[in-house]
Design a protein around this ligand. Structure first.
Ligand SMILES: Cc1ncc(COP(=O)(O)O)c(C=O)c1O
Length: 411
C-alpha cells in the first residue's frame, strides 16, 4: 500500500475487523470476553489464537486506539494507560531495577518531576537531573553505568524548553541507551520523535489528542518487546488501564488532530505577536517567535510550535488576577491542549504551595500567566485579551466583566 498521509492514518490506521462493522470503532464496555469453549480460552491465553483475555490488559476499543497511535508515532506497538502519569510510571517501572537511574531534563511537567524525584527512590531507583538540558555534554556527564534510559519532554510544560532530539538520540545511541520523548505538547501531528532517532514516545492523551477535556489518558509507543513486557508484567499487576470509553474519545480526537493542531499553531502565532507588542506585557515565552532562543531548533524537527506559551503581565499579582477574572471567552482552568483557550495563574494555583522564594528561583513571577491557545476565532481571542488588559490597568474599564459585576452579592 502506498505511504499514507497523517490524517488518513489518524482516521483509518490499525483497523480491527469488528462485526457488524461500524463507522466509529465500537465501545466494548466490558471487562471480559466470553470464550466459545475451553479450547479457545486456552489458545487465546497461550497466544496461539488472537483474542482478548481480561480488561486490565486488553480491550478491543483500547486495542484500536493503541494500533492507531503506534501507526502515527511510527512504532511497532503501543500500550494505553489511565493517564499520562501512569504511562510514564509504567515505563519507568519496566525499565528500572533497584540501583538504576534515569537521566532526565529537569524541565518536565510537575507530576513527572515528582514521580522521578520522590516516586523512584521508593522503588530503589533514582533520577539524575540535567539542569542545563541545552548542553549535550551535560547529558553525557550525568550518565552512569546504572543509567537505563534518557528522558526528555519537548516542548516542555510550562517552561517551553525545546530539545535537540537528533543530537540527544545520537548520544543515546552511542551509549546504547533508549531515548524516551514526552511528545504531549507537540503531538505526532507536529513532531515525530522516532523519525528523529528516539526509541520510545509517551503522551498524556488528556491534552491535544483527546482535545476537549473529556478524558484522562496516556500512551507509550515503542518496540514490541518493551510494550509487551509492560503489558505482561506492568499493567497486568499494577492496573492503570485506559477505560474503553476514554479510548473511544481519543480515537475521535485523533481524526481531527492534524486539522486542530494547524489551527492551534496559527492562533498561537498570531496571539504571541499581539502579546509581544502589547505595552502591558513584559515578555512572551513562545518558541515560535523569532526572538525565542529555541526558535532555530523548530524547523528541523517540528511542523509547528503547538499552542502553549507563557507571558508576564507588567503589573502585580492583583493585576494578573484581575486580568484573568476579566477574560470572557478565555477560560481560567488548570489544563492545556483543548479546543478552548485556557489561562492559568501559576502564582495563585499550580505553584502557590512553593512559596514566594522558591517560585522566584523557578522563574515564576506573581504576574506570570500560562496560556494554552485554543481553536476559537483568533480575532475574538485578541479582543478578549485587549479588553482584559484594559481592565487590569484601569478597574473603571472592568464594568460588567468581573464576577462581582455579573453576580453582585445580595445586600
Ligand atoms: C507534558 C506532560 N506530560 C505528562 C502529563 C501528565 O498527564 P496526565 O495529567 O494525563 O496524567 C502532563 C500533564 O499536564 C503534561 O503536561
Amino acid at each position: 500500500m502506498p505511504k499514507q498521509g497523517f490524517t488518513t492514518k489518524a482516521i483509518h490506521a490499525g483497523k480491527i475487523d469488528f462485526h457488524p462493522d461500524s463507522m466509529s470503532v465500537p465501545i466494548y464496555q466490558s471487562v471480559a470476553y466470553p470464550y466459545l469453549d475451553a479450547r479457545e480460552a486456552a489458545d487465546i491465553f497461550s497466544g496461539e489464537k488472537p483474542g482478548y483475555t481480561y480488561g486490565r490488559w486488553d480491550n478491543p476499543t483500547v486495542d484500536a486506539f493503541e494500533r492507531r497511535m503506534a501507526a502515527l508515532e511510527n512504532t511497532e506497538s503501543a500500550i494505553a494507560a489511565s493517564s499520562g502519569m501512569s504511562a510514564i510510571f509504567l515505563l519507568a517501572h519496566h525499565l528500572l531495577q533497584p540501583g538504576d537511574n534515569v537521566v532526565s531534563s529537569n524541565r518536565v511537567y510537575g507530576g513527572t518531576f515528582g514521580l522521578f524525584g520522590t516516586g523512584l527512590p521508593k522503588m530503589g531507583a533514582e533520577v539524575k537531573w540535567v539542569t542545563n538540558p541545552e548542553s549535550i555534554e551535560a547529558w553525557e556527564a550525568a550518565i552512569t553505568p546504572r543509567t537505563k534510559f534518557l528522558f526528555v519532554e519537548t516542548p516542555s510544560n510550562p517552561s517551553l524548553f525545546i530539545a535537540d532530539i537528533p543530537a540527544l538520540a545520537a548520544l543515546a545511541k552511542a551509549k546504547g541507551l533508549p531515548l524516551v520523548v514526552d511528545n504531549t505538547i507537540a503531538t505526532p501531528a507536529l513532531q515525530q520523535p522516532i523519525l528523529l532517532g528516539a526509541n520510545l514516545v509517551v503522551h498524556s492523551t488528556t491534552k491535544y489528542i483527546c482535545g476537549n477535556a473529556t478524558s484522562l489518558g496516556g500512551i507509550i509507543c515503542g518496540p514490541r518487546d518493551i510494550i509487551e513486557g509492560i503489558r505482561q508484567n506492568g499493567i497486568r499487576y499494577l492496573g492503570p488501564a485506559m477505560a474503553p470509553l476514554n479510548a473511544w474519545l481519543n480515537l475521535n480526537g485523533l481524526e481531527t488532530l492534524e486539522l486542530r493542531m494547524e489551527r492551534h499553531c496559527h492562533n498561537a502565532m498570531e496571539i504571541a505577536k499581539f502579546l509581544e507588542k502589547h505595552p502591558k506585557v513584559n515578555y512572551v515565552n513562545y518558541p515560535g517567535l523569532e526572538s525565542n532562543p529555541y526558535n532555530k531548533l523548530i524547523k528541523p524537527q517540528m511542523k509547528g510550535v503547538s499552542s502553549l506559551m507563557s507571558f508576564e503581565l507588567n503589573g502585580t499579582y492583583e493585576d494578573a488576577t484581575r486580568f484573568i477574572d476579566a477574560l470572557q471567552i478565555i477560560t481560567h482552568a488548570t489544563h492545556l491542549g483543548t479546543n478552548k483557550s485556557i489561562v492559568t495563574h501559576p502564582a495563585s494555583t499550580t505553584h502557590s504551595a512553593m512559596g514566594e522564594v522558591e517560585m522566584k528561583k523557578a522563574g515564576i513571577s506573581p504576574s506570570l500567566i500560562r496560556f494554552s491557545i485554543g481553536i476559537e476565532d483568533e480575532n475574538d481571542l485578541i479582543t478578549d485579551l485587549a479588553e482584559a488588559f484594559d481592565c487590569a490597568e484601569n478597574p473603571a474599564k472592568c464594568k460588567g466583566r468581573l464576577t462581582q459585576d455579573k453576580y453582585p452579592l445580595a445586600t
